[in-house]
Design a protein around this ligand. Sequence first.
Ligand code: FES
Length: 318
Amino acid sequence: MAVTTIKVRVAEITELTPEIRAFDLVPLNGTPLPPFSPGSHVVVHVPGEDRVRKNPYSLASSPWEQDRYRIAVRRIDEGRGGSVGMHERVRWGDVIEIEPPHNLFAPDRAATRHVLVAGGIGVTPFVAYAHALARDGVPFELHYAFRGPEHAALLDDLAAASPGALSTYVDDDGTAVLAGLRERLAGQPLGTHLSVCGPAPMMDAVLGLARELGWPESRLHLERFALDEAPRLPFSVRLASTDEVIEVPAELTLLEALEDRGIEIPYLCRQGICGECRTPIVDGTPDHRDIFLPAEEHGSALMPCVSRCARGPLVLDL
Ligand code: FES
């Protein structure tokens, strides 16, 4: 499966916080970029020292702006190199490749009102949400927590898209946003949906509060990211159809190692969320790091974009 890409030029780079940069990407020949829906991401082909990394980033601009996409990238030094590559190698005027937008975090269209809660870089999808909900006249409120004033990103974009809807919290551990939300979540009319994006502990705490207040699961939505934080060790896999053995070094995902050998596995998120890269196994014990695969399938498949090998030999049904 050949991956379709779009060439874009980096028209502007903005330091939003000490760790987060915004990149404004424009089409090369004035051809409009594909329209997208709020919550969409693009996979960016990030130039690296020795290889291209494919990293997903939420689109943080208006869905109706087809002459510019904005993404915001938080530098993670202990990551696998994609965000560092964006910060260190991508310069103003560069031409880079992105994949067309996909949406794994769309707002529920049945909602008559939205409460949006973001922590840190998790605010990025809510810029497009704010534009779309404001345009459609759907009421919403956006609660945004960050570690300190210097870590607040995209405030101007949010204020422009959602005047009056934004509440901010300086919050290191979720205490302030939870205190502010208790009353707000308790008093929402039926038909309100809650969407949360940010660090896992904050999302768990906010969703826990909503459940405590009686919110049904059908009205709770979340987007997780940065799942691949556990230590990575090298391992090898064998392909059942050919007996070919593929080494997966610590710095690569299994998906990247397969791609390097010309084996194309479909993907959307590359973060263990969407399920698109599900690959059957015939032997071995995976180290499952995704949040998609149900426990009853843990012995028969894995998500190679994040999962690794717990005990080998790991044999893939490929
Ligand atoms: S690409 Fe989404 S789970 Fe692997």
